[in-house]
Design a protein around this ligand. Structure first.
Ligand SMILES: NC(=O)c1ccc[n+]([C@@H]2O[C@H](COP(=O)([O-])OP(=O)(O)OC[C@H]3O[C@@H](n4cnc5c(N)ncnc54)[C@H](O)[C@@H]3O)[C@@H](O)[C@H]2O)c1
Length: 457
């Protein structure tokens, strides 16, 4: 790649560089979100280089192996852009960044054991950029960050070497990612995106670029911090609402009320937004996003009681699931110690291969502490070891050895299991935490059944 000469502040020049495919793009962090992003830019004909510190990933991609098997549509794009030579990867950031006009950061923003957000990848890359970013580049942060992080941390880090001055010879903005794993191609090309730039001109430039690549609606925000505030608000809204229905569902169950019937009827009201109860909330977003806002609250000296309570409830749900199976065992005159229990579904959400912060892990650990011999079955995890346990590929073969089963993830595959299959277990004890089993059918088959929030059947 030759050195860039595009004036990134000039809308007309950026437009021409898109039309002539001369805008050069670097995506730093080519994981779950960054790789599909880089592939989308490369597919539009722009020279795109992906940077990642994971050498295995770089080697895999360089040998033509697509690493995201559960992202429909992207394997074909991957082959096409490799063939067209618009996409390449490297682990050497200094080989990529200085030659590019547009630098996208899709770096991880996890949290530590104390639930404190960990921005070390972003901080380290921003520090590196202060030495290697070429003049007139535009940095766009796609990672989920707290409001104020760009202004308070990223800009000072990039400006550290005194070579670059914000709005003069480098520009910055955010375009927070909101795609769902497993549906990224669909979401990238359908869901509106938030855009916030360091000034109105940069916001317009980012809008132009993202519209060129994804053809989606772009929601203009007054600044970076407002865009990030919106991103966190939408996800934390879900975390809190799941906590709300999960807590309610425990009470409804005791009252002999079926929570699923409550929710299906409640959603008929024009301003009710349905959320479902469950075994807990995991994944790379919701729990972390709540802790990100709690971290912002700490920094600003504010207390966010609602988010704190929501987190407590969601984190207690795995314990309640263990209570359900324990009650079901009592009813079938079994004891948990030395029993064999099958966990159906280990992903944090349906139909994806992802166990990040999955409540299944906590449930497994709690059962093991009670002396249970735990088995795992998940169609997305065949012949592998997860949470220190070998996964079971064949459900029909493993069921006859089990004393009970718990549905933890509502994978579509599980909806097709005939209810009579559970009769093959040594003891027909079943817990459903996702509302996918019809409680009436379990009664007919004389299965000892506990459904989270399912009273009154
Ligand atoms: N996964 C999702 O569903 C999702 C959805 C919306 C937003 N996000 C946000 O997008 C961001 C990225 O998430 P992800 O799920 O793609 O993470 P990921 O862990 O799948 O990918 C991050 C990649 O960055 C690489 N990396 C780490 N440190 C690096 C460094 N210093 N230099 C270069 N590469 C480095 C890692 O090796 C990894 O490949 C996060 O902020 C996340 O919150 C994720």
């Amino acid at each position: 790649m030759s050195n860039s000469k595009i004036n990134i502040k000039n809308l007309e020049e950026v437009k021409n560089s898109l039309d002539s495919k001369s805008l050069k793009v670097c995506v730093i962090g080519i994981g779950r979100i960054g790789l599909p992003t880089a592939l989308s830019f490369a597919k539009s004909g722009l020279q795109t280089i992906g940077v990642d510190i994971n050498e295995d990933l770089i080697q895999k991609i360089n040998s033509g192996v697509f690493p995201l098997k559960d992202e429909p549509g992207y394997e074909e794009i991957f082959k096409q852009v490799l063939n067209d030579k618009t996409f390449s990867v490297t682990s050497k950031i200094e080989d990529a960044v200085p030659h590019c006009d547009l630098i996208l950061l899709s770096l991880p923003t996890p949290m530590d054991q104390n639930n404190i957000p960990d921005y070390s990848a972003l901080r380290s890359v921003a520090t590196h950029l202060s030495d290697i970013l070429s003049s007139d580049s535009l940095v766009i942060v796609e990672s989920t960050i707290e409001p104020g992080f760009i202004e308070d941390e990223i800009i000072p880090l990039i400006s550290k070497s005194n070579r670059l001055k914000i709005e003069e010879n480098f520009q910055i903005g955010v375009c927070p990612e909101n795609a769902n794993p497993g549906e990224i191609l669909h979401d990238f090309t359908n869901l509106p995106r938030l855009v916030g730039g360091i000034n109105q001109n940069i916001t317009q430039i980012i809008k132009l670029i993202y519209n060129f690549i994804f053809s989606v609606d772009l929601i203009e925000m007054p600044d970076c911090k407002t865009a990030n505030a919106v991103k966190l608000t939408t996800n934390v809204f879900r975390d809190i609402n799941i906590a709300f229905v999960s807590e309610l569902s425990i009470m409804f169950e005791k009252l002999g009320i079926d929570t699923m019937k409550v929710l299906e009827a409640a959603k008929m009201k024009y301003n009710f937004q349905i959320h479902y109860p469950g075994a807990g909330v995991g994944g790379p977003c919701l729990p972390i996003n709540s802790y990100q806002l709690l971290n912002t609250a700490r920094r600003t000296g504010v207390k966010l009681n609602m988010i704190e309570s929501g987190r407590k409830i969601n984190e207690k749900m795995p314990e309640y699931v263990v209570e359900l199976i324990s009650n079901a065992f009592d009813e079938s005159n079994q004891i948990l110690e030395n029993s064999k229990i099958l966990i159906l579904g280990i992903s944090y959400k349906p139909n994806v291969k992802d166990v990040q912060l999955s409540p299944a892990k906590i449930i497994v650990e709690k059962l093991q502490k009670l002396g249970v011999d735990v088995y795992l079955h998940d169609p997305f995890f065949n012949s592998t070891v997860i949470f220190g346990l070998e996964t079971q590929n064949n459900l029909e073969n493993i069921l006859p050895e089990m004393d009970g089963a718990i549905i933890v993830t509502g994978h579509d595959d599980f909806k097709n299991i005939p209810i009579t299959s559970f009769l093959k277990m040594k003891h027909p004890v079943l817990v459903d935490t996702r509302g996918i089993i019809d409680p009436v059918s379990t009664k007919k088959e004389k299965i000892i059944f506990k459904g989270l929030g399912r009273g009154g059947f």
